[in-house]
Design a binder for this molecule. Sequence first.
Ligand SMILES: [Zn+2]
Length: 266
Amino acid sequence: MDAEIGIIGGSGFYSLLESPESIEVDTRYGKPSDRISIGRLGSFKVAFLPRHGGRHTLPPHRVPYKANIDALSQLGVERIISTASVGSLKKEFKPGDFVLFDQFFNMTHGRQDTFYDEDKVAHVGMADPYCSEMREIASDTLRELGISYHKNGTTVVVNGPRFSSKAESRFFSRQGFETINMTQYPEVALAREKSLCYLGIGIITDYDVGLEGEEGILPVSADEIISVFGKNVSKAKSLISEILPKLSSERKCKCKDSLEGAFISH
Ligand SMILES: [Zn+2]
């Protein structure tokens, strides 16, 4: 086993690893977003993969999601911690807050989103795509660290790279979705197909355009978004370092059984 925990996120998380080694991994679905860094973090061996490539050159719709999940799975990873910046669709989900996703709503199109499109028919259950055990641990840790957060939230995933129109954004708000982003799908669904635990941490950078004009909601500049995000990367790093020691060495959650009953037999 090369690694037990996978981290997918921005390149800022690289510095979490002690004495990292960078390796090239190939998969039958092509190459992942970048070389994978493997190092220690506490008692775990951790593999880090920058989702958008080391120089941030891959837009959300061109991230090789299948190769990324397959590469981490090949390395022996059983649990993935992922971070993503998100826009808020609800006033009480404020810029700077963290969200632990418990549901996604897919609005992307044309993405390679299953490992079962060849010779095997499988219908993998997706009722609860995120690992409830890891979400529970992350929630306790966020509380201890005094970070403002939301324990649950549905994130709608749009194709990008463009942002939403006001009409689209208002539509998503009206559905009751809390946040919007461009990368959670198919990443979490593919992890589920590999029976991996997946923790999705959203960092709210701004209010989405549909909320513009509401009382107390001011337009933000790109500079402000970058500064909010930068401050939160260090919070996310503390969060991840504090979560790891709380994980059991053996998984007790149901994620590892995600393929039970998925295959059609005659
Ligand atoms: Zn799990």
